[in-house]
Ligand binder design. Structure first.
Ligand SMILES: C[S@@+](CC[C@H](N)C(=O)[O-])C[C@H]1O[C@@H](n2cnc3c(N)ncnc32)[C@H](O)[C@@H]1O
Length: 478
Protein backbone atom coordinates (compact mmCIF):
# COMPACT_ATOMS: atom_id res chain seq x y z
CA UNK A 1 0.00 0.00 0.00
CA UNK A 2 1.31 3.46 -0.92
CA UNK A 3 2.27 5.33 2.18
CA UNK A 4 2.25 8.84 0.81
CA UNK A 5 1.10 11.70 2.99
CA UNK A 6 -2.55 11.48 1.97
CA UNK A 7 -2.68 7.75 2.68
CA UNK A 8 -1.21 8.41 6.12
CA UNK A 9 -3.95 10.99 6.71
CA UNK A 10 -6.71 8.83 5.24
CA UNK A 11 -5.81 5.86 7.41
CA UNK A 12 -5.14 8.00 10.47
CA UNK A 13 -1.83 6.31 10.61
CA UNK A 14 0.09 7.20 13.77
CA UNK A 15 1.84 4.06 14.96
CA UNK A 16 2.23 3.86 18.72
CA UNK A 17 5.86 4.03 19.94
CA UNK A 18 6.95 0.96 21.89
CA UNK A 19 7.55 2.80 25.20
CA UNK A 20 3.97 4.06 25.22
CA UNK A 21 2.71 0.61 24.20
CA UNK A 22 4.55 -0.89 27.19
CA UNK A 23 3.04 1.72 29.54
CA UNK A 24 -0.43 0.82 28.29
CA UNK A 25 0.11 -2.87 28.96
CA UNK A 26 1.53 -2.12 32.44
CA UNK A 27 -1.61 -0.10 33.16
CA UNK A 28 -3.86 -2.98 32.06
CA UNK A 29 -1.91 -5.33 34.34
CA UNK A 30 -2.45 -2.88 37.22
CA UNK A 31 -6.17 -2.90 36.43
CA UNK A 32 -6.30 -6.72 36.72
CA UNK A 33 -8.97 -7.02 34.04
CA UNK A 34 -8.48 -10.80 33.89
CA UNK A 35 -8.97 -10.53 30.11
CA UNK A 36 -8.72 -13.84 28.29
CA UNK A 37 -9.28 -12.61 24.72
CA UNK A 38 -7.33 -9.58 23.55
CA UNK A 39 -8.46 -7.90 20.33
CA UNK A 40 -6.63 -5.08 18.62
CA UNK A 41 -8.98 -3.81 15.87
CA UNK A 42 -6.48 -1.69 13.89
CA UNK A 43 -3.20 -3.18 15.10
CA UNK A 44 -0.90 -1.71 12.41
CA UNK A 45 2.74 -2.64 12.93
CA UNK A 46 1.70 -4.07 16.27
CA UNK A 47 3.67 -2.31 19.00
CA UNK A 48 0.73 -2.65 21.42
CA UNK A 49 -0.07 -6.16 20.24
CA UNK A 50 3.50 -7.44 20.66
CA UNK A 51 3.81 -5.76 24.04
CA UNK A 52 0.58 -7.51 25.07
CA UNK A 53 1.90 -10.87 23.83
CA UNK A 54 5.09 -10.44 25.86
CA UNK A 55 3.88 -8.65 28.98
CA UNK A 56 0.15 -8.95 29.55
CA UNK A 57 -0.89 -11.31 32.33
CA UNK A 58 -3.29 -14.18 31.83
CA UNK A 59 -4.35 -13.90 28.18
CA UNK A 60 -5.47 -16.96 26.25
CA UNK A 61 -5.99 -15.60 22.74
CA UNK A 62 -4.77 -12.50 20.93
CA UNK A 63 -6.27 -11.26 17.67
CA UNK A 64 -4.91 -8.36 15.59
CA UNK A 65 -6.69 -6.86 12.58
CA UNK A 66 -5.58 -4.12 10.18
CA UNK A 67 -6.31 -3.01 6.64
CA UNK A 68 -2.63 -2.63 5.74
CA UNK A 69 -1.04 -5.88 4.44
CA UNK A 70 2.50 -4.52 4.62
CA UNK A 71 2.12 -3.68 8.31
CA UNK A 72 0.71 -7.12 9.02
CA UNK A 73 3.61 -8.80 7.18
CA UNK A 74 6.02 -6.83 9.40
CA UNK A 75 4.05 -7.79 12.46
CA UNK A 76 3.96 -11.49 11.58
CA UNK A 77 7.76 -11.46 11.25
CA UNK A 78 8.06 -9.92 14.72
CA UNK A 79 5.95 -12.62 16.37
CA UNK A 80 7.18 -15.54 14.28
CA UNK A 81 9.39 -16.95 17.08
CA UNK A 82 7.91 -20.39 17.48
CA UNK A 83 6.54 -20.63 20.95
CA UNK A 84 3.66 -22.50 22.48
CA UNK A 85 1.71 -19.22 22.54
CA UNK A 86 1.82 -18.84 18.75
CA UNK A 87 -1.21 -20.93 18.02
CA UNK A 88 -3.27 -18.52 20.04
CA UNK A 89 -2.33 -15.49 18.02
CA UNK A 90 -4.32 -14.59 14.95
CA UNK A 91 -3.44 -11.77 12.57
CA UNK A 92 -6.21 -10.90 10.12
CA UNK A 93 -6.23 -8.49 7.18
CA UNK A 94 -9.57 -6.71 7.13
CA UNK A 95 -11.44 -3.45 6.77
CA UNK A 96 -12.95 -2.29 10.04
CA UNK A 97 -16.11 -1.11 8.32
CA UNK A 98 -16.97 -4.44 6.74
CA UNK A 99 -15.47 -6.77 9.37
CA UNK A 100 -17.92 -9.05 11.19
CA UNK A 101 -17.29 -7.77 14.73
CA UNK A 102 -20.45 -9.34 16.16
CA UNK A 103 -19.30 -12.78 15.17
CA UNK A 104 -15.76 -12.29 16.48
CA UNK A 105 -16.93 -10.88 19.82
CA UNK A 106 -19.70 -13.44 20.32
CA UNK A 107 -17.22 -16.29 19.78
CA UNK A 108 -14.58 -14.77 22.06
CA UNK A 109 -13.91 -16.14 25.54
CA UNK A 110 -14.74 -13.44 28.12
CA UNK A 111 -13.51 -11.24 29.69
CA UNK A 112 -12.57 -9.50 26.45
CA UNK A 113 -10.12 -6.63 26.13
CA UNK A 114 -10.32 -4.38 23.07
CA UNK A 115 -7.11 -2.46 23.01
CA UNK A 116 -5.19 -0.19 20.68
CA UNK A 117 -5.08 3.03 18.79
CA UNK A 118 -7.75 3.66 16.15
CA UNK A 119 -7.20 5.90 13.10
CA UNK A 120 -6.80 9.59 13.94
CA UNK A 121 -8.84 11.20 11.23
CA UNK A 122 -12.04 13.18 10.96
CA UNK A 123 -14.81 12.85 8.44
CA UNK A 124 -14.09 16.37 7.13
CA UNK A 125 -10.33 15.59 7.04
CA UNK A 126 -11.15 12.71 4.70
CA UNK A 127 -13.26 15.07 2.60
CA UNK A 128 -10.27 17.37 2.05
CA UNK A 129 -8.17 14.52 0.58
CA UNK A 130 -11.08 12.73 -1.13
CA UNK A 131 -10.47 9.76 1.16
CA UNK A 132 -12.98 6.93 1.36
CA UNK A 133 -11.95 5.26 4.62
CA UNK A 134 -15.44 5.61 6.08
CA UNK A 135 -18.39 3.57 7.20
CA UNK A 136 -20.83 3.10 4.31
CA UNK A 137 -23.28 5.99 4.15
CA UNK A 138 -26.35 3.87 4.71
CA UNK A 139 -24.95 2.18 7.81
CA UNK A 140 -23.74 5.46 9.13
CA UNK A 141 -27.07 7.20 8.80
CA UNK A 142 -28.97 4.35 10.39
CA UNK A 143 -26.69 4.38 13.39
CA UNK A 144 -29.00 5.12 16.30
CA UNK A 145 -28.08 8.06 18.47
CA UNK A 146 -24.98 8.82 16.49
CA UNK A 147 -26.06 12.22 15.23
CA UNK A 148 -26.84 13.21 18.77
CA UNK A 149 -23.25 12.93 19.87
CA UNK A 150 -21.26 13.60 16.75
CA UNK A 151 -22.58 16.92 15.50
CA UNK A 152 -24.07 16.98 12.05
CA UNK A 153 -21.11 17.84 9.90
CA UNK A 154 -18.01 16.31 11.37
CA UNK A 155 -16.96 13.36 13.47
CA UNK A 156 -13.86 11.35 14.18
CA UNK A 157 -13.66 7.96 12.51
CA UNK A 158 -12.43 6.54 15.83
CA UNK A 159 -15.60 7.83 17.50
CA UNK A 160 -17.72 5.83 15.08
CA UNK A 161 -15.53 2.76 15.64
CA UNK A 162 -15.72 3.03 19.44
CA UNK A 163 -19.50 3.39 19.33
CA UNK A 164 -19.60 0.25 17.19
CA UNK A 165 -17.76 -1.61 19.95
CA UNK A 166 -19.67 -0.33 22.96
CA UNK A 167 -22.90 -1.39 21.28
CA UNK A 168 -21.53 -4.91 20.75
CA UNK A 169 -20.24 -5.19 24.32
CA UNK A 170 -23.59 -4.41 25.99
CA UNK A 171 -24.10 -7.86 27.44
CA UNK A 172 -20.51 -8.93 27.86
CA UNK A 173 -17.80 -8.74 30.46
CA UNK A 174 -15.33 -6.66 28.56
CA UNK A 175 -12.89 -3.76 28.72
CA UNK A 176 -11.76 -1.15 26.27
CA UNK A 177 -8.33 0.50 26.50
CA UNK A 178 -7.93 2.88 23.58
CA UNK A 179 -5.66 5.77 22.70
CA UNK A 180 -7.77 8.59 21.27
CA UNK A 181 -8.33 12.32 21.25
CA UNK A 182 -9.61 13.43 24.66
CA UNK A 183 -12.77 14.94 23.21
CA UNK A 184 -13.49 11.66 21.40
CA UNK A 185 -13.19 9.90 24.78
CA UNK A 186 -15.67 12.34 26.30
CA UNK A 187 -18.09 11.97 23.38
CA UNK A 188 -17.97 8.21 23.75
CA UNK A 189 -18.64 8.48 27.49
CA UNK A 190 -21.61 10.76 26.76
CA UNK A 191 -22.92 8.17 24.32
CA UNK A 192 -22.54 5.42 26.94
CA UNK A 193 -24.23 7.54 29.60
CA UNK A 194 -27.08 8.70 27.39
CA UNK A 195 -27.74 5.16 26.19
CA UNK A 196 -27.41 3.79 29.74
CA UNK A 197 -24.85 1.18 28.69
CA UNK A 198 -23.55 -0.98 31.56
CA UNK A 199 -20.30 0.78 32.38
CA UNK A 200 -18.74 -0.27 35.67
CA UNK A 201 -15.52 1.73 35.57
CA UNK A 202 -13.94 4.36 33.37
CA UNK A 203 -10.80 6.45 33.44
CA UNK A 204 -8.96 8.86 31.19
CA UNK A 205 -5.15 8.86 31.34
CA UNK A 206 -3.76 11.94 29.63
CA UNK A 207 -0.90 11.42 27.20
CA UNK A 208 1.44 13.91 25.56
CA UNK A 209 0.40 13.51 21.91
CA UNK A 210 3.00 16.04 20.75
CA UNK A 211 5.78 13.95 22.29
CA UNK A 212 4.55 10.51 21.23
CA UNK A 213 2.89 11.27 17.88
CA UNK A 214 3.98 14.79 16.91
CA UNK A 215 0.27 15.70 16.99
CA UNK A 216 -1.01 18.99 18.42
CA UNK A 217 -4.09 17.61 20.11
CA UNK A 218 -5.25 16.68 23.61
CA UNK A 219 -5.10 12.90 23.70
CA UNK A 220 -5.50 10.15 26.25
CA UNK A 221 -5.83 6.48 26.92
CA UNK A 222 -9.50 5.81 27.61
CA UNK A 223 -10.21 2.82 29.82
CA UNK A 224 -13.76 1.46 30.12
CA UNK A 225 -14.97 -1.67 31.88
CA UNK A 226 -18.37 -3.17 31.07
CA UNK A 227 -20.24 -5.66 33.21
CA UNK A 228 -23.58 -6.31 34.77
CA UNK A 229 -23.11 -5.10 38.33
CA UNK A 230 -22.13 -1.84 40.02
CA UNK A 231 -22.84 0.55 37.16
CA UNK A 232 -20.68 3.62 37.68
CA UNK A 233 -20.72 6.61 35.36
CA UNK A 234 -18.07 8.75 37.07
CA UNK A 235 -14.85 8.83 35.10
CA UNK A 236 -11.53 9.42 36.82
CA UNK A 237 -8.95 11.64 35.15
CA UNK A 238 -5.24 10.96 35.61
CA UNK A 239 -2.47 13.37 34.57
CA UNK A 240 -0.35 10.63 33.04
CA UNK A 241 -0.61 7.01 31.99
CA UNK A 242 1.75 5.91 34.77
CA UNK A 243 -0.01 7.95 37.44
CA UNK A 244 -1.98 6.34 40.24
CA UNK A 245 -3.23 9.60 41.75
CA UNK A 246 -6.30 11.00 40.02
CA UNK A 247 -6.54 14.73 39.45
CA UNK A 248 -10.24 15.00 38.77
CA UNK A 249 -13.55 13.19 38.25
CA UNK A 250 -15.86 13.93 35.33
CA UNK A 251 -19.40 12.59 35.09
CA UNK A 252 -22.89 12.88 33.75
CA UNK A 253 -25.36 14.69 36.00
CA UNK A 254 -28.65 16.47 35.27
CA UNK A 255 -28.32 15.58 31.58
CA UNK A 256 -24.95 17.24 31.11
CA UNK A 257 -21.29 16.46 31.11
CA UNK A 258 -19.63 17.67 34.30
CA UNK A 259 -15.94 18.54 34.42
CA UNK A 260 -15.54 18.49 38.20
CA UNK A 261 -18.05 16.21 39.89
CA UNK A 262 -17.33 17.01 43.59
CA UNK A 263 -17.58 20.80 42.99
CA UNK A 264 -20.70 20.41 40.86
CA UNK A 265 -22.43 18.35 43.54
CA UNK A 266 -21.67 21.11 46.07
CA UNK A 267 -23.01 23.87 43.80
CA UNK A 268 -25.69 22.07 41.87
CA UNK A 269 -28.42 24.24 43.44
CA UNK A 270 -27.19 26.97 41.05
CA UNK A 271 -28.50 25.13 38.00
CA UNK A 272 -32.09 24.61 36.97
CA UNK A 273 -34.74 26.39 34.94
CA UNK A 274 -33.11 28.88 32.59
CA UNK A 275 -33.47 32.47 33.88
CA UNK A 276 -31.15 34.40 31.56
CA UNK A 277 -31.21 35.30 27.89
CA UNK A 278 -27.66 34.83 26.64
CA UNK A 279 -26.91 35.93 23.09
CA UNK A 280 -23.93 35.49 20.88
CA UNK A 281 -22.30 38.40 19.10
CA UNK A 282 -23.16 39.57 15.62
CA UNK A 283 -22.46 37.16 12.76
CA UNK A 284 -21.64 38.21 9.22
CA UNK A 285 -19.03 35.68 7.96
CA UNK A 286 -17.23 38.25 5.84
CA UNK A 287 -14.96 40.30 8.08
CA UNK A 288 -12.78 41.70 5.28
CA UNK A 289 -15.87 43.48 3.92
CA UNK A 290 -17.90 44.10 7.06
CA UNK A 291 -15.25 45.13 9.62
CA UNK A 292 -13.33 48.41 9.45
CA UNK A 293 -10.81 50.52 11.24
CA UNK A 294 -11.35 54.28 11.33
CA UNK A 295 -8.42 56.32 10.05
CA UNK A 296 -8.48 60.07 9.41
CA UNK A 297 -12.25 60.17 9.03
CA UNK A 298 -12.28 57.21 6.62
CA UNK A 299 -13.36 53.65 7.19
CA UNK A 300 -10.64 51.16 6.14
CA UNK A 301 -11.78 47.63 5.36
CA UNK A 302 -9.91 44.30 5.55
CA UNK A 303 -8.48 44.89 2.06
CA UNK A 304 -6.85 48.11 3.33
CA UNK A 305 -9.21 50.20 1.15
CA UNK A 306 -10.41 53.59 2.43
CA UNK A 307 -14.09 54.50 2.14
CA UNK A 308 -16.09 57.56 2.98
CA UNK A 309 -19.12 55.79 4.50
CA UNK A 310 -22.04 57.27 6.40
CA UNK A 311 -21.83 56.57 10.16
CA UNK A 312 -25.44 55.43 10.27
CA UNK A 313 -24.83 51.70 9.73
CA UNK A 314 -21.42 51.51 11.37
CA UNK A 315 -21.18 50.44 14.99
CA UNK A 316 -18.25 50.15 17.38
CA UNK A 317 -17.09 46.51 17.58
CA UNK A 318 -15.26 44.57 20.28
CA UNK A 319 -13.59 41.32 19.35
CA UNK A 320 -13.10 38.35 21.65
CA UNK A 321 -9.50 39.36 22.26
CA UNK A 322 -10.55 42.90 23.27
CA UNK A 323 -13.05 41.51 25.76
CA UNK A 324 -10.67 38.88 27.17
CA UNK A 325 -7.82 41.38 27.47
CA UNK A 326 -10.02 44.05 29.05
CA UNK A 327 -9.53 46.48 26.12
CA UNK A 328 -13.16 47.45 26.14
CA UNK A 329 -12.80 51.21 26.23
CA UNK A 330 -10.53 51.74 23.25
CA UNK A 331 -12.61 51.03 20.18
CA UNK A 332 -10.35 49.78 17.38
CA UNK A 333 -12.93 48.36 15.00
CA UNK A 334 -16.30 49.12 13.48
CA UNK A 335 -18.82 46.75 11.96
CA UNK A 336 -21.47 47.30 9.31
CA UNK A 337 -24.83 46.50 10.86
CA UNK A 338 -27.15 46.25 7.88
CA UNK A 339 -30.26 45.15 9.79
CA UNK A 340 -31.92 45.79 13.15
CA UNK A 341 -33.56 42.39 13.23
CA UNK A 342 -33.13 39.10 11.41
CA UNK A 343 -34.65 39.14 7.94
CA UNK A 344 -35.21 42.94 7.83
CA UNK A 345 -35.19 44.35 4.28
CA UNK A 346 -31.92 46.06 3.36
CA UNK A 347 -33.03 48.06 0.27
CA UNK A 348 -33.69 51.14 2.44
CA UNK A 349 -29.92 51.52 2.95
CA UNK A 350 -29.85 52.82 -0.64
CA UNK A 351 -31.77 55.96 0.34
CA UNK A 352 -30.53 56.46 3.86
CA UNK A 353 -26.84 55.86 3.19
CA UNK A 354 -26.00 55.85 -0.54
CA UNK A 355 -22.23 55.42 -0.02
CA UNK A 356 -22.78 52.42 2.24
CA UNK A 357 -25.17 50.94 -0.34
CA UNK A 358 -22.61 51.45 -3.12
CA UNK A 359 -19.98 49.80 -0.95
CA UNK A 360 -22.21 46.79 -0.22
CA UNK A 361 -23.08 46.47 -3.91
CA UNK A 362 -19.39 46.50 -4.78
CA UNK A 363 -18.84 43.50 -2.52
CA UNK A 364 -22.14 41.74 -3.16
CA UNK A 365 -20.40 38.84 -4.90
CA UNK A 366 -18.32 38.14 -1.77
CA UNK A 367 -21.32 38.56 0.52
CA UNK A 368 -23.49 36.34 -1.70
CA UNK A 369 -20.81 33.65 -1.59
CA UNK A 370 -21.08 33.19 2.18
CA UNK A 371 -21.39 29.46 2.68
CA UNK A 372 -23.59 29.18 5.73
CA UNK A 373 -27.14 28.15 4.91
CA UNK A 374 -28.47 30.82 7.29
CA UNK A 375 -27.97 33.41 4.50
CA UNK A 376 -30.00 31.44 1.98
CA UNK A 377 -33.23 33.14 0.83
CA UNK A 378 -32.54 36.14 3.10
CA UNK A 379 -32.32 39.80 2.01
CA UNK A 380 -29.01 40.84 0.42
CA UNK A 381 -26.22 41.69 2.87
CA UNK A 382 -27.99 39.99 5.78
CA UNK A 383 -26.35 39.52 9.15
CA UNK A 384 -27.28 37.26 12.07
CA UNK A 385 -27.57 37.31 15.85
CA UNK A 386 -29.17 40.73 15.55
CA UNK A 387 -32.24 42.12 17.31
CA UNK A 388 -33.16 44.74 19.90
CA UNK A 389 -30.84 43.00 22.34
CA UNK A 390 -27.81 43.93 20.21
CA UNK A 391 -28.72 47.65 20.40
CA UNK A 392 -28.98 47.71 24.19
CA UNK A 393 -27.27 50.37 26.30
CA UNK A 394 -25.36 47.87 28.40
CA UNK A 395 -23.96 44.42 27.83
CA UNK A 396 -22.33 41.94 30.21
CA UNK A 397 -19.93 40.13 27.91
CA UNK A 398 -17.60 37.15 27.99
CA UNK A 399 -15.30 35.76 25.32
CA UNK A 400 -16.31 32.22 24.37
CA UNK A 401 -12.81 31.39 23.20
CA UNK A 402 -10.50 32.46 26.01
CA UNK A 403 -9.85 30.09 28.84
CA UNK A 404 -10.92 32.27 31.73
CA UNK A 405 -14.12 33.27 33.44
CA UNK A 406 -14.05 37.04 33.42
CA UNK A 407 -17.23 38.92 32.54
CA UNK A 408 -16.95 42.52 31.40
CA UNK A 409 -19.41 45.41 31.43
CA UNK A 410 -19.67 47.22 28.09
CA UNK A 411 -21.57 50.49 27.73
CA UNK A 412 -22.31 52.69 24.73
CA UNK A 413 -19.47 54.37 22.86
CA UNK A 414 -20.07 57.89 21.55
CA UNK A 415 -23.76 57.27 22.03
CA UNK A 416 -23.81 54.10 19.93
CA UNK A 417 -24.36 50.55 21.17
CA UNK A 418 -21.18 48.53 21.09
CA UNK A 419 -21.39 45.28 19.12
CA UNK A 420 -19.36 42.20 19.97
CA UNK A 421 -18.22 39.59 17.48
CA UNK A 422 -19.67 36.11 17.20
CA UNK A 423 -17.01 34.59 19.45
CA UNK A 424 -18.48 36.51 22.42
CA UNK A 425 -21.60 35.84 24.47
CA UNK A 426 -23.55 38.50 26.32
CA UNK A 427 -26.59 39.57 28.30
CA UNK A 428 -28.31 42.88 27.44
CA UNK A 429 -29.47 45.56 29.88
CA UNK A 430 -31.13 48.93 29.54
CA UNK A 431 -30.20 49.90 33.07
CA UNK A 432 -26.60 50.31 34.30
CA UNK A 433 -27.37 49.32 37.90
CA UNK A 434 -28.90 45.98 36.85
CA UNK A 435 -25.98 45.31 34.57
CA UNK A 436 -23.50 46.07 37.36
CA UNK A 437 -25.30 43.79 39.79
CA UNK A 438 -25.36 40.87 37.34
CA UNK A 439 -21.72 41.50 36.49
CA UNK A 440 -20.81 41.24 40.16
CA UNK A 441 -22.84 38.04 40.59
CA UNK A 442 -21.34 36.42 37.50
CA UNK A 443 -17.81 37.25 38.56
CA UNK A 444 -18.39 35.97 42.11
CA UNK A 445 -16.35 33.05 43.43
CA UNK A 446 -19.47 30.87 43.60
CA UNK A 447 -20.46 31.50 39.98
CA UNK A 448 -16.93 30.94 38.72
CA UNK A 449 -16.60 27.66 40.64
CA UNK A 450 -19.93 26.47 39.27
CA UNK A 451 -19.03 27.37 35.68
CA UNK A 452 -15.57 25.83 36.10
CA UNK A 453 -17.22 22.59 37.18
CA UNK A 454 -19.12 22.33 33.87
CA UNK A 455 -16.64 23.85 31.41
CA UNK A 456 -14.17 21.70 29.49
CA UNK A 457 -11.31 24.09 28.94
CA UNK A 458 -9.71 22.05 26.17
CA UNK A 459 -12.74 22.61 23.90
CA UNK A 460 -12.29 25.02 20.98
CA UNK A 461 -15.06 27.26 22.30
CA UNK A 462 -15.26 26.40 25.99
CA UNK A 463 -17.78 29.00 27.18
CA UNK A 464 -20.92 28.27 25.16
CA UNK A 465 -24.36 29.80 25.58
CA UNK A 466 -25.63 26.39 26.68
CA UNK A 467 -23.14 26.37 29.52
CA UNK A 468 -23.89 29.95 30.57
CA UNK A 469 -27.62 29.20 30.60
CA UNK A 470 -27.07 26.48 33.22
CA UNK A 471 -26.17 29.08 35.82
CA UNK A 472 -29.27 30.54 37.47
CA UNK A 473 -28.56 34.17 38.24
CA UNK A 474 -31.57 34.38 40.59
CA UNK A 475 -30.04 31.60 42.71
CA UNK A 476 -26.82 33.59 42.99
CA UNK A 477 -28.81 36.52 44.30
CA UNK A 478 -30.06 34.44 47.20
C1 LIG B 1 -3.28 5.20 14.64
S1 LIG B 1 -2.70 3.81 13.72
C2 LIG B 1 -2.46 2.72 15.05
C3 LIG B 1 -1.80 1.45 14.73
C4 LIG B 1 -1.58 0.56 15.92
N1 LIG B 1 -2.83 0.24 16.56
C5 LIG B 1 -0.65 1.19 16.91
O1 LIG B 1 -1.11 1.47 18.02
O2 LIG B 1 0.51 1.43 16.60
C6 LIG B 1 -4.19 3.35 12.92
C7 LIG B 1 -4.14 2.06 12.16
O3 LIG B 1 -5.44 1.88 11.63
C8 LIG B 1 -5.34 1.18 10.41
N2 LIG B 1 -6.60 1.40 9.68
C9 LIG B 1 -7.03 2.57 9.16
N3 LIG B 1 -8.24 2.40 8.58
C10 LIG B 1 -8.58 1.10 8.76
C11 LIG B 1 -9.72 0.33 8.41
N4 LIG B 1 -10.72 0.86 7.72
N5 LIG B 1 -9.75 -0.96 8.77
C12 LIG B 1 -8.73 -1.52 9.47
N6 LIG B 1 -7.62 -0.83 9.82
C13 LIG B 1 -7.53 0.45 9.48
C14 LIG B 1 -4.10 1.81 9.77
O4 LIG B 1 -3.55 0.93 8.80
C15 LIG B 1 -3.18 2.01 10.98
O5 LIG B 1 -2.31 0.92 11.15
Amino acid sequence: MRQDKNKKVEFGDFQTPSNLARNIIDLINRKSTGAKTIIEPTCGKGSILTSAIDNLNGWEKIIGIDINDAYLDDLKKKIINPSSKMKNIEIIQGDFFTFDWNNLLNEAVQPILIIGNLPWVTHSGLGVINGSNLPTKTNFLKHKGFDAISGKSNFDISEWMLIRFVNCLKNMTANIAMLCKTFVARKLLCYIWKNKLPLTESAIYKINAKYYFGANVDACLLFCAFGKQNINYDCEIYPDITSTVRENVIGFYDGMLINDVPTYIQLKHLQGKVDSNWRSGVKHDCSKVMVFEKKGGFYVNGFCERYNLEDEYLYPLLKSSDVANGKIREIRKYVLITQRFIGQETESIKLKAPNTWKYLKKYSSLLDKRKSSIYKDKPNFSIFAIGDYAFSDWKVVISALYKKIDFKLVGKYKNKSVMVDDTCNYLSFSNKKDAELVLELLNSEEARSFLNSIIFWDSKRPITINILKKLRIKELLK
